[in-house]
Write a protein that binds this ligand. Structure first.
Ligand code: TRP
Length: 329
């Protein structure tokens, strides 16, 4: 059975884009593969070295993952920093990662541009830590977006380099997990681009009914269609894309027809969209609050996840250390 692994940096609440883009698929995927889902708290330190709500962020993402349907009895769900073996593998893989190739990574170059005041070594070796996350469980498949493909490529390079250098076959070379058509890209509410964490663009799983309605009513549109079957502007197309994710096909068809006939009222469209978004996420929203309040449960889940993850990690590290040449006296 394939081993599938996914990590997420705890830098804010999960939004509809996370849910329809990945999380909802994970809830199915966990029954079909051996899945590891973890919260990459170490990675978040590369850009947020001192965060007042470090632990809260981890707890939020964990509760949101569980509320959305990741099942700790089915998948291994853990916090990255609970697995010291990852850091140990990271040290060893760093010896195989060259300065030049790390400096050429586009995510690094972008971070240097945006955070020129904190270009730390952790940022430079971010792909090595990510490779350690993946290789510590010898994962075969990693669901990643376009922005992470280069990191996955680096993971393959390091896996191959390790295997070749030591003449072993410890690491498989992981490939991107592809959801195919099931992957829905959710655009933002601000007229262009994808949904993200920025202000005025996203709807979060923790948003209540009123907040959702307010955000949707403020979403960018245009002045309306002026001729029969006129071409949709990007902001309006985006509203329809989100509607398609949450509403019935009949509802979508109804508003499309009104658009084509130029009788559409964006206010009505938005009211419907807000109602359907709320219907789609209300159960998750309620569970988030319950789970977040249950510290005992979260404690049990993270201990259980860490125990399972460490078992797999220790087995890999044992082979790695043997290959490198560590021996007990
Ligand atoms: N770098 C990923 C991101 O920013 C998060 C991440 C860390 C990750 N380790 C990983 C993703 C391992 C997949 C596998 O989105």
């Amino acid at each position: 059975m394939d081993i599938v692994l996914s990590g997420i940096r705890p830098t804010g609440h999960l939004h509809l884009g996370n849910y329809f883009g990945a999380l909802r698929n994970f809830t199915k995927m966990q029954h079909e593969h051996r899945c590891y889902f973890f919260i990459a708290d170490l990675h978040s330190l590369t850009t947020h070295p001192k965060s007042d709500n470090f632990h809260d962020n981890v707890r939020n993402v964990l509760a949101e993952y569980l509320a959305a349907g990741l099942d700790p009895d089915v998948a291994t769900i853990y916090v990255q920093s609970d697995i010291p073996e990852i850091a140990e593998l990271y040290v060893l893989l760093n010896m195989l990662a060259y300065q030049g190739e790390l400096e050429r990574t586009s995510s690094f170059k972008e971070k240097v541009r945006k955070h020129s005041d904190n270009v730390n070594a952790g940022l430079l070796t971010y792909p090595v830590l990510m490779a350690s996350d993946i290789l510590i469980h010898r994962a075969h498949k990693v669901p990643v977006g376009k922005d992470q493909e280069q990191h996955l490529e680096m993971t393959r390079t390091l896996a191959r380099r390790f295997n070749n250098l030591y003449g072993v076959g410890v690491f498989p070379e992981p490939t991107a997990f592809n959801f195919g058509n099931e992957l829905i890209k959710i655009p933002g509410l601000d007229g262009s681009g994808k949904m993200g964490k920025s202000e005025g663009n996203g709807i979060f799983l923790v948003d209540d009914e009123k907040t959702i309605a307010k955000k949707v009513m403020r979403a960018v549109t245009d002045s309306g269609p002026t001729q029969l079957q006129s071409k949709m502007s990007e902001p309006v197309r985006n509203i329809f894309t989100i509607l398609e994710a949450v509403a019935t096909p009949d509802t979508v068809a109804h508003f499309r027809k009104q658009y084509d006939l130029c009788t559409i009222r964006y206010g009505d469209l938005k009211k419907q969209l807000a109602a359907d978004i709320w219907r789609a996420i209300a159960p998750i929203h309620t569970r988030i609050a319950e789970i977040k309040a249950d510290r005992d449960y979260l404690r049990r889940i993270t201990l259980h996840g860490a125990a399972n993850a460490r078992e797999s990690a220790r087995a890999t590290l044992k082979e790695v250390k043997k290959a490198v040449g560590f021996k007990a006296f």
